[in-house]
Design a protein around this ligand. Structure first.
Ligand code: GLC
Length: 427
């Protein structure tokens, strides 16, 4: 409905800090990596120039080795911990030292195609961003899959974007809670502590940060010293989908050699992801590289590979049936943790709540794999949750209540994209 579209656009305008968008005021006062990529796709629906700008400002934070960091601190703010002085990354524009899911190239293709369709094509801007994305994808494979397995590893839970997921519980419990940096949490001053991570886990998050800062943020040394190393299916699936989009753009710009290189990387990841399917669980699983074990926790990540794989019908049906089972009795879907599992918490972030951006990825995955009807249900659920509760950070799946921060940019962007058309037109 136009009223909500206008509201969504007003949120993006209010969270604009000069060509980039903060996720929400105060709780997240800087530019976040995957938030901005989703936001850029939202802008693409009505302001192509602003969509490009969002990615360009994010690329300003790119490191010489290709990594695009999870936070770019364009301007100081004292409402967030850990800030630039804790990260100690010595980048010209201060940034964090870890990364986030590579939605970037997916957004770039979407913006480019919309630009072409509306006659406002900007080849040079697209090409510059394509090169940034390619450098970043190469970084992922070099720094986070040095053994060439096809799956990329996370060295910090925050790199997953699903920061507080039960998927990290076992691996994170091995990380000491001691820190060199004093922990001065700011998040619990902005939102209800019941919805946020526990103090001891915060200690572990900062312990890992201290360890990597002591490596001077050198990827090789970090790989050796890492006390947390998960080959993650959610990130790998996003990397593959973004890799497909990068491959498409390489074709558009006649970059044959790069297209071949990307295709080879994509194929390796495609095969590796397929091998993570567990038929007895009807979902995919990540791998804890330090323990040499599957990550058993039942989270939304188990279905994100649908986004990037073309599964055979039996596998797709099994995944969709399992997803439906999780949705039973929920007011808003999709729960980020299996609702009958011990780790499910309806309001604590990433341990159960529904997130609009996760739904967006799942909707695309269901479409790709022959479940358009279910995709449509997810789309409707997302739209009505937002229309009922507003543009919250996430939603309690049992009650539908909007939780976390309000006036959230990626929820606004998702609404703009999902409301615009029926779900066949989302991708
Ligand atoms: C939280 C989320 C992360 C997001 C950030 C900003 O840390 O877990 O995915 O990027 O907030 O919205």
């Amino acid at each position: 409905m136009t009223k909500y579209i206008d509201e969504a656009k007003a949120i993006l305008a209010a969270n604009d800090r000069g060509g980039y968008t903060v996720p929400t005021d105060r709780l997240y006062p800087f530019q976040w990596n995957w938030d901005s990529a989703f936001v850029a796709m939202g802008f693409a629906a009505y302001d192509i120039d602003r969509a490009y700008r969002e990615l360009e400002r994010l690329a300003e934070g790119q490191w010489a080795d290709g990594m695009i960091p999870h936070i770019v601190f364009h301007q100081p703010s004292d409402s967030y911990f850990p800030g630039p002085d804790v990260w100690r990354t010595n980048h010209v524009i201060p940034t964090s030292g870890i990364t986030q899911p590579p939605i970037f190239a997916m957004a770039l293709r979407k913006i480019y195609e919309t630009a072409v369709a509306t006659g406002s094509v900007a080849n040079e801007r697209t090409l510059t961003l394509y090169e940034a994305a390619l450098k970043w994808h190469r970084w992922w494979y070099r720094a986070r899959d040095p053994e060439g397995t096809g799956l990329v590893a996370l060295l910090h839970p925050w790199e997953s974007g699903s920061d507080n997921s039960p998927a990290w519980d076992i691996a994170l419990a091995r990380v000491p809670t001691t820190t060199e940096t004093p922990v001065v949490r700011k998040d619990i001053g902005h939102v209800n502590p019941q919805m946020r991570p526990r103090d001891e886990d915060y200690g572990r998050f900062i312990h890992l940060l201290d360890t990597y800062a002591a490596c001077g943020w050198d990827p090789v040394e970090q790989w050796q010293k890492a006390e947390f190393k998960i080959a993650d299916i959610q990130t790998s699936a996003i990397l593959l989908k973004a890799g497909e989009d990068l491959h498409y753009l390489a074709g558009v710009f006649g970059r044959g050699g790069e297209a071949d290189e990307i295709a080879t990387l994509n194929e390796r990841t495609r095969q590796a992801l397929k091998a993570q399917w567990r038929s007895h669980l009807s979902r995919f699983v990540s791998r804890d590289l330090l323990a040499g074990e599957d990550v058993a926790a039942a989270t939304q990540a188990g279905f994100i590979p649908l986004l990037a794989l073309d599964l055979d019908e039996a596998t797709a049906d099994a995944a969709a049936a399992e997803m439906r089972r999780w949705c039973k009795g929920m007011k808003v879907v999709f729960p980020t943790t299996e609702p009958t599992s011990a780790s499910f918490e309806a309001k604590r972030y990433w341990r159960g709540p529904a997130w609009a951006i996760i739904n967006w990825l799942l909707i695309n995955g269901l479409h790709r794999n022959g479940h358009a009807g279910f995709a449509e249900e997810l789309r409707q659920s997302t739209i009505s949750a937002i229309e009922t509760e507003g543009f919250a950070e996430y939603f309690d799946p049992k009650t539908g209540e909007g939780c976390g921060g309000l006036g959230f940019s990626w929820t606004a962007a998702t609404y703009i994209v999902l409301e615009k058309a029926d779900s066949s037109a989302i991708q």
